[in-house]
Design a protein around this ligand. Sequence first.
Ligand SMILES: Cc1ncc(C[n+]2csc(CCOP(=O)(O)OP(=O)(O)O)c2C)c(N)n1
Ligand SMILES: [Mg+2]
Length: 372
Amino acid sequence: MPYTDATLSLLAPDGTLVTNDRNEMYHQAISHLSEADFREFYRVMRVVRRFDIEAGNLQRQGQMALWVPSIGQEGAQVGSAFATRSQDHIFPAYREHAVGYIRGLDLINIIRMLRGVTHGGWNPKETNNFHLYTLVIGSHTLHATGYAMGIGFDGACSTGALEEDQAVLVYFGDGATSQGDTNEAMVFAQSYQTPQVFFLQNNHWAISVPVRVQSRTPLFERAAGFGLPSIQIDGNDVLMSYAATRLSMDAARSGQGPHFIEALTYRIGAHTTSDDPTKYRDEDELAFWQARDPIDRFRTYLTSLGVEQAFFDQVEVEAEDHASDIRARTMALESPPASEIFAHVFTDDHAGITAEAAWLEEYLASFEEGSS
Ligand SMILES: Cc1ncc(C[n+]2csc(CCOP(=O)(O)OP(=O)(O)O)c2C)c(N)n1
Ligand SMILES: [Mg+2]
């Protein structure tokens, strides 16, 4: 059983609300949400899952070298991302497709990056501060802490204005908790009391290494060792993910220092399209988590509120349309000119780069017809 006595939740796997003496403040934290907000949570989870399936198919058809699925983790991502405020800065790892979508990222940009036709992927200034994917495990936790320290130095937090004070949300995995970078990020965050939330998506696997080998103790307890207030939540409960993130981010932006959330979830698909999970994990475990799917659970809850079938049908149509649009735009993607590789190395001209660019131009020209 992956859950512990400490695991907090609002929505049980059967789609009913849970009330107990430990989750009252979290119920309060979602009390301002309307049914329209709930519909939006569902819509995004569904659209992004369908996108994810389409992207996996496109990879299998040779359109990308690699795809990184997020299937199963939509509850953790959608709840936490909707809990951010517009002024916040988000530092993802490489699986946070739903978070990017909520911050306004056109998901074709993730495909462009994994196809290798862009350096980096997108400009965070155009994606509501959704920063770049980082494939070097844990390295971006340092970027996040550094950014959060900067917010503190600039005095852009702790003024008491929730609508203006900034905070940083950083996503990382169970495997990343073993990296030196992640641990150093927590040390500096605690020393400088950064306005920051560490959001761990414990999806139970780091490629083929199970979390039970990664850590013999629940991961949120490690954060306590750094002095960070830390909680463990059911990450497949979109409402709990929202509530925990909202309270932690608002505490962090208000001068109460860094916080840590461990969201228990599961990677339903392969680590990437280069991986075959049937080689190292058993079907019972997969079935356990499929029965706790974040989307099915939330749909049951919405149905109990009286949300009509027509809404769910309409979301399916939208998800199909979005996937078709992504497919068409993927097929139309073009490679950038080779010279592009030099464009973003330095902001100013650099003699070495100029010489290399000239050499490449001459070399490519030597293949043109008529050249000797
Ligand atoms: C520094 C570094 N070491 C190793 C790798 C290879 N690698 C890629 S993903 C991964 C597992 C990461 O697991 P986790 O942090 O749990 O994230 P998840 O993929 O499960 O979302 C590893 C070891 C890497 N990308 N970077
Ligand atoms: Mg993992």
